[in-house]
Write a protein that binds this ligand. Structure first.
Ligand code: G1P
Length: 295
């Protein structure tokens, strides 16, 4: 299976979504620029990808999303100001965020036709090599980043690796759910995949959680533009067609996910990331305790 083991150098970030759940905050501002603690969602996932060794960053973007590319660009006035004021820590933080020339790629998804369609929009930029997908709505908090954990699994198994997390039975209808095979330690063989199963029909409680390592053959199926759950072109459906033809491994993520696409998940993530911040963490914890006592 050596043909399914090339290094993972490229990552796709689908950022074309409208963010209607966060209106009016997202009327003009991309939802991926909403901040969790001190940095926007897109920066959290960018850092996770960088930690995993990703070299090329592909944004599948849309109208009114220009702020995302600005965030990763060289900002000379800002750097000069920080330098002249001796703010070296902040200057380093800003410089670490620059994506070097030739490493950021943008492509557009003109209509919201589904996650599968968004990924297909990047097919020419991926070419014929395996790649990662990171959904910026989902933050994965762990000692080691989720994608880095997945790359370690991939280096052994090759093929496709999907991050998994258990969800309550009555929430399976919101996610991609796997049909598990052999299950040991943090790895689960994937025998089937279903997107947003109807209540009572889910093959397990193991959900796909927004991080993928995929082989380029998935594009052969995405290009059929078949509609699935919610009448959208689903990534899960094209992945399912490769099961049995390529290795497909689920990885139980060692950490916790935060669904920042919902307002409650977003607020929870802010509290958790804030509570672990070396500068303000103690203050946040005391604040949460005091609030809990009053509620
Ligand atoms: C997408 C995927 C789904 C996955 C989920 C994780 O769904 O289609 O398989 O479980 O992300 O957040 P969405 O949340 O876009 O409906």
């Amino acid at each position: 299976m050596t043909q399914f083991k090339s290094p993972i150098r490229k990552a796709i970030f689908p950022v074309a979504g409208l963010g209607t759940r966060f209106l009016p905050a997202t009327k003009a501002m991309p939802k991926e620029m909403l901040t969790i603690n001190d940095r926007p969602l897109i920066q959290h996932v960018f850092e996770e990808a960088k930690e995993a060794g990703i070299e090329e960053f592909i944004f599948v973007t849309g109208r009114q999303k220009e702020m995302l590319e600005e965030h990763f660009d060289y900002q000379p006035e800002l750097e000069q100001t920080l330098e002249s004021r001796g703010k070296t820590d902040m200057l380093k933080a800003v410089r670490d965020l620059e994506i070097p020339a030739g490493k950021l790629f943008l492509t557009r998804q003109p209509k919201p036709l589904g996650l599968g369609h968004a990924i297909w929009c990047a097919s020419k930029l991926i070419g014929n090599e395996p790649f990662a997908v990171l959904l910026p709505d989902v933050l994965m908090r762990g000692k080691t980043g989720c994608l880095k954990q997945m790359v370690s699994v991939y280096n052994e198994t090759g093929g496709n690796v999907i991050a998994l997390e258990e969800v309550p039975e009555d929430e399976t209808y919101k996610y991609g759910i796997i049909e598990p095979g052999h299950d040991s330690q943090n790895r689960v063989e994937i025998k089937g995949l279903v997107e947003k199963p109807k209540k009572g029909t889910a093959p397990s409680r193991l959900s796909v959680v927004g991080r993928y390592i995929l082989q380029p053959e998935v594009f052969d199926h995405l290009s059929a533009f078949e509609r699935g759950a919610g009448n959208e072109i689903q990534l899960t459906d094209s992945m399912a067609k490769l099961i049995g033809k390529q290795p497909f491994t689920g990885m139980r993520f060692d950490g916790k996910s935060y669904d920042c696409g919902s307002r409650t998940g977003f607020i929870e993530a802010n509290l958790v990331y804030g509570a672990h911040d070396p500068e303000i963490g103690e203050h946040i914890k005391a604040m949460v305790k005091a609030m809990a006592a009053q509620l």
